[in-house]
Design a protein around this ligand. Structure first.
Ligand code: BF8
Length: 685
């Protein structure tokens, strides 16, 4: 008896001890990136908890992962996990109201689409509002930097760019064009009739398909509101009908809010053209004032870039003993200022806490989306000023400073923020440790710059790309995009998938955190082609002087991928629609609802789209089968999910080959890809 008591006591003591010692992440297991590993180790030495540690101590909910937890009314949450014995008979699982697993998973999926589409589209609305201020001349801080782009997009809004005067056609006043574009663009969010104007930018057969299926979005806001209505308790209980609305809402994102955001940002801040930069935490400098800009909207960050480059601010930094001001980006704000100004990204989504843990981050400025609330707790351990800037995104912690940004006094706000960072330079209190690792990258690609690169000023077009796809040097095109997810090893799938694709002669278009991950790994440099690419793609990259992975920007810039695919269709020889192209999409480490919206509009635009990790529909096999198989018959594109990176890449390649075969160009590729042994066989024959 005494022995048993001792055993119980010992067990309890062990449990108490274990409960008190927080579980820590294994740095090497958590990330493939050496800088990240070093900083996780550093955080653990300093006793600062990061997302990597939390991912070890908190496991995800098994029912949520399956997509079958319904909390849309107060009779629930009703949980319908798929168990091992399920599948032996009819699926009789249902919630209190009778909702089936299919209905629950489809409703949850639809709400993710709505949230993702609204994040992108609200960003777009903010951009359109600033553009309206520019058009009305209410601000001096923003200008029309790319008038050619304004003239190029105006016809999509039915805005004339010329006028007839005395029988002659002359150019219309740019300010008039800007004002009319601003009015019509803003109207896209709430107009009472018609359909979104940009849908007609899609290849004609795709537009006609959407029309026939009744999925043309009416206005951007309405489609999100309708999802929220349909997924309210007791409304839409047909998963196919819910998916139809998912399509309409996601198209309002990709071919609506996101595309307008990209276009108007280009008009105001410049259309990206290739430039050189660097990437990873090693871009921070101990002897400089370091300002990290994080979030998604480039409205404020454009001003911070301008302010931090001003002589006034640089001189002020020097008075504090700093050698200058180093800006760095995290997430898609980082991508925006990279694409247009060459400001280097300090890291991806999962590295946001680590930038502060260097001890050299004098200010972190955040706006909206993908911002960890834990940044405030990390900042508390250092001297870092954490500054929120957006009225819809504040933090409850006391150490967070809110400086609300307004386009009418944008430069003043930016200078206030930069000054605050400079003043903070002398307050560093923890020994600075900046990892040395960083890589060089060429970023700044856009639909326009790809055209220029492939054809030059006078004959710029996508037909060179098409020729090389047809002759088989390039096997196909992949759009690889999206987040990091702490449930998987940081950047591992991103890099493995991209390397496998380029090794197999598939050219990659990247955005978001995949773009940053590829940059950190050195894949965004032309020299990469000779090292990692198959012979056909390497030859094209070397001839044209481009990297095999082209960084097209932030997540709203996935709209550039849609338009690049449309240009490929237009250039001819590869079918009449996006679904005919030897192309596929991927989000290897997705985590955000925005990724779900992007995935759905890729699929509905005809792209086979593979996600990594898992998709929240595995608990509803009938619904999942509809998404993975049936959608292809409707839209030409479909969802898939594959956690293993190599299998993931080969699913994409198999799809590309299927399309090559359908186009009758599979033989061309076989000729091109003869290796030495094949050639020797021919020579001896
Ligand atoms: O919008 S890729 S983690 S940063 S959500 Fe967020 Fe995902 Fe990064 Fe950009 Ni996109």
């Amino acid at each position: 008896m005494a022995e048993l008591k001792k055993v119980v006591e010992a067990k309890e003591a062990k449990e108490v001890k274990e409960a008190k010692v927080p579980k820590l992440a294994d740095p090497v297991g958590a990330s493939i990136d050496i800088a990240t590993q070093e900083m996780i180790r550093r955080a653990q030495e300093l006793g600062v908890e990061t997302v990597f540690d939390r991912a070890v101590s908190m496991k995800p909910c098994n029912i949520g992962i399956q997509g079958t937890c319904c909390k849309n009314c107060a009779m629930g949450p009703c949980r319908l996990p798929l168990t091992k014995s399920d599948g032996d008979g009819p699926d009789e699982r249902k919630g209190l109201c009778g909702a089936t697993a299919n209905t629950i998973a489809a409703r949850n999926f639809a709400r993710m689409v709505a949230a993702g589409a609204s994040a992108h589209s609200d960003h777009g609305r903010g951009v359109a509002e600033v553009f309206m201020s520019v058009a009305k001349k209410e601000t001096n801080d923003y200008k029309i930097k790319d008038p050619q782009k304004l003239i190029a997009i105006a016809p999509n809004f039915d805005v004339a760019t010329t006028v007839e005067v005395d029988g002659k056609t002359i150019d219309r006043d740019l300010n008039e064009i800007a004002l009319e574009v601003a009015e019509k663009a803003l109207n896209e969010w709430g107009k009472s009739s018609g359909e979104l104007r940009y849908l007609k930018r899609a290849p004609a057969p795709l537009y006609e398909r959407w029309k026939k299926l009744g999925v043309l979005p009416r206005n951007i806001d309405r489609e999100t509101v309708e999802i929220m209505h349909r997924t309210h308790m007791g409304v839409d209980q047909d998963y196919k009908n819910l998916v139809k609305q998912c399509t309409r809402c996601s198209l309002a994102d990709g071919w609506g809010g996101s595309m307008i955001a990209t276009d108007l940002q280009d008009v105001m801040f410049g259309t990206p053209f290739p430039l050189q930069s660097e990437a990873n935490l090693g871009i921070m400098k101990e002897d400089h004032v370091n300002i990290i800009i994080h979030g998604h909207e480039p409205i404020l960050s454009e001003m911070i870039v301008a302010a931090s480059q001003s002589k006034e601010m640089i001189d002020y930094a020097k008075t504090k003993g700093a050698k200058g001001i180093q800006l760095g980006g995290i997430c898609c704000t980082g991508n925006e200022i990279l694409q247009r100004h060459g400001v280097p990204p300090a890291g991806t989504f999962l590295q946001q806490e680590l930038a502060i843990i260097t001890g050299a981050c004098d200010a972190m400025v955040v706006d909206v989306q993908c911002v960890f609330q834990n940044l405030a707790n990390v900042a508390k351990c250092f001297h870092t000023k954490l500054i929120t800037t957006h009225p819809i995104a504040k933090m409850e912690q006391e150490n967070v400073i809110h400086i609300e940004f307004d386009e009418h006094h944008a430069m003043d706000d930016a200078k206030r923020i930069v000054s605050m960072a400079i003043d903070n330079f002398t307050n560093r209190r923890v020994e600075v440790m900046i990892p040395r690792h960083k890589a060089t990258q060429i970023a700044g690609f856009s639909v326009e710059s790809i055209k220029y690169h492939l054809g030059g000023t006078f004959r710029g077009d996508y037909y060179t790309l098409n020729d090389n796809i047809i002759n088989g040097r390039i096997r196909g095109i992949a759009g690889v995009v999206g987040c990091n997810n702490a449930r998987t090893r940081h950047n591992e799938a991103h890099i493995a998938i991209v390397k496998e694709l380029i090794k197999n002669d598939v050219i990659v278009l990247t955005t978001g955190c995949n773009g940053i991950a590829c940059a950190m790994e050195g894949l965004l440099s032309p020299e990469t082609a000779a090292v990692f690419c198959g012979p056909g793609l390497a030859e094209v990259c070397e001839t044209v002087g481009i990297p095999p992975v082209l960084h097209l920007g932030s997540c709203v810039d996935n709209s550039r991928i849609l338009l690049a695919a449309t240009e490929v269709v237009k250039a001819g020889g590869l079918g009449k629609d996006i679904c005919d192209l030897p192309a596929a999409g991927s989000a290897p480490e997705w985590m955000s609802e925005k990724a779900i919206s992007i995935g759905q509009y890729f699929v509905a635009s005809g792209v086979y789209t593979v996600f990594g990790l898992h998709l929240p529909m595995s608990g509803a096999p009938v619904f999942q089968d509809y998404m993975f198989n049936e959608l292809e018959k409707i839209y030409g594109g479909m969802w898939d999910c594959e956690a293993d990176p190599i299998k993931h890449a080969h699913k994409m390649i198999a799809h590309i080959d299927k399309k090559r075969k359908a186009l009758g160009i599979d033989k061309a590729r076989e000729r091109v890809l003869m290796d030495m042994a094949d050639r020797q066989k021919l020579e001896t024959a």
